[in-house]
Ligand binder design. Structure first.
Ligand code: UDP
Length: 327
């Protein structure tokens, strides 16, 4: 099989590309390196079954050539991270909406299966703690730009489902919850790499808000295995799946855990959302996936618990030659 991974130089994309190569596939990665990094895939570049093409998914002739060449598309190219979305409002909408539209249209023209990566942001500020795929979406005002991300991802889902229903294009939608592991960077807001970098460099660990908001974190290998298994399961076509970890933790407890596991002397500080993101920012209080659906279909069971997830990620950050400074 030839797999096209859009956004394949990013954190999740690079792990997907690596896994597909290990499974014997030919892998084409396209990435504009806006948030992705060449170093994320440099270890794959010697493999004759691997090709990297630098370019944006908005470049239609390029994407058309790649779609023609592949059998399946893993569409991961997207603007991600709360800070990136807020800092790049036009670009993030364009990439997420137009980019997905181009990929789906070309996939349909060439009759290729597409895995669309969506996000738990879809659920917005719905007050539920645990989300099932059919739960409704609760969003704030358009004056708060953060909601554009949820909307752009939702449009991608609508469009993918429309292509499935109207044109029988085989699509699978995967809603990713918080994922962490090696190669994830903290410079667009992601909490785990930020806390780890802060802790190992002795800087204050910055909790936004009161720290009682909760998340669950999945290790990258569990997420990649889940995604690839779905891609190969005929029963997944035309369906939406939550994918993530189910072990809930408050952000305060996460900070304490990271501090303990890194044996850090960093102090833990609390910053208001206004200080960090400006007026009117709204955070989600809870966001835990109900993974019954994916479990029932492919037997998904995360293998790496939270402590091991953090330990493996800490080890990666410690081994990184150059510690990036986020603050
Ligand atoms: N967060 C934090 N300190 C940071 C970065 C993030 O307390 O330095 C919080 C953030 O406000 C949110 C949670 O950690 O409540 C998870 O943030 P992230 O951006 O990683 O993911 P998301 O909000 O998309 O779930």
């Amino acid at each position: 099989m030839v797999a096209l991974v859009t956004g394949g130089a990013g954190f999740i994309g690079s792990h997907v590309a690596e896994q597909l190569l290990k499974m014997g596939n030919r892998v084409l990665v396209v990435d504009d390196l806006s948030t992705g990094k060449r170093e994320n895939i440099s270890h794959l570049e010697g493999d004759e079954k691997f090709s990297f093409i630098q370019g944006t998914i908005l470049n239609e002739p390029l994407i058309e050539r790649l779609v023609e060449e592949c059998d399946i598309i893993y569409h991961l190219a997207a603007a991600v991270g709360v800070e990136f979305i807020i800092g790049n409002p036009i670009r993030s909408i364009e990439i997420n909406v137009l980019g997905t539209e181009i990929v789906l249209r070309l996939a349909e023209k060439n009759k290729k299966k597409v895995i669309i990566t969506s996000s738990s942001e879809i659920y917005g500020k719905n007050q539920k703690e645990v989300f099932t795929e059919s739960d409704g979406r609760v969003l704030g005002t358009t004056l708060t730009h953060r909601w554009s991300y949820s909307c752009s991802k939702a449009l991608g889902e609508f469009l993918a489902l429309a292509y499935w229903r109207e044109k029988c294009l085989p699509v699978i939608i995967v809603r990713l919850f918080n994922t962490c592991g090696p190669r994830q960077r903290g410079n667009y807001g992601m909490v785990v790499p930020r806390f780890i970098e802060q802790a190992i460099s002795g800087k204050p660990i910055t909790i936004y808000g009161d720290g009682n908001q909760t998340r669950s974190f999945a290790y990258i290998s569990d997420v990649v295995n889940g995604m690839v298994s779905l891609a190969n399961h005929p029963g997944a076509v035309g369906e939406i799946f939550n994918l993530g970890g189910e072990q809930e933790i408050t952000i305060s407890d996460l900070a304490k855990k990271v501090k303990r596991l890194t044996k850090s002397n960093s102090e833990i500080v609390y910053l208001s959302y206004e200080e960090v993101y400006g007026e009117g920012f709204e955070d989600m209080r809870h966001r835990i996936p109900d993974t019954t659906k994916i479990r029932n279909l492919i037997g998904y069971l995360p293998r790496v618990g939270l402590d091991d997830t953090l330990k493996k990620t800490i080890e990666y950050h410690r081994n990184k030659k150059k510690v990036e400074i986020y603050l």
